[in-house]
Design a protein around this ligand. Sequence first.
Ligand code: TZP
Ligand code: MG
Length: 212
Amino acid sequence: MNYDLYIITDQRISHGKSHLEVAEAALAGGATVLQFRDKEMEDSEAIEVCQKIHKLTKKKGVPFIVNDRVEIVKAVDADGVHLGQEDMSFSSARKILGKEKIIGISVETVEQALKAVEGEADYLGIGPIYPTATKPDAGKALGIARLKEIRESVNIPIVAIGGINENNLEEVLRAGADGVAVISAVVSAPDITEACRKLKNKIEYIKKRLGK
Ligand code: TZP
Ligand code: MG
């Protein structure tokens, strides 16, 4: 699976664009993973939206992940779920979703990372690496040193998140992230497709240079 450019939808900061519009534009710009993230939308509406997004991601062969909401993954047969430390336990999610679905876990420490690997998480989200206004309840920025420390402790895919944009991409990829998860730098951009293209080109260029 290609974690290079993991785009997360967020209707609160997309200047009126819907999840579906954000997803469509991000896919056109080369997103390699797409996540639906909405903590407020009613299940029935979220399911409708996710069914539509899933149709688009399938056409592009891009994995579709749902944040937090295991029952929605089940309802729309999405490719997986992303869970935080305070969400449903990994083992419960695995029981509900079965072996084939992707389960990603957010971690902030080496200890949490090792535990997630032990539970056979498919990938880790690490962040916030830099300060971010997008997740007000996120802890304080972890920094690059923590990302490196976790990279050295685990060998499953890791995706860096939090305050990532074209100016700090290189630093996180050099620290060992397999890809970057981005919200505001893409979702709030005037042209989402163009913002994705720019990031994607830069990621590919940097990775090539780093021999990854
Ligand atoms: N988890 C840790 S930081 C974050 C999440 C969901 C928000 C990232 O958003 P942005 O706008 O890319 O900083
Ligand atoms: Mg969560």
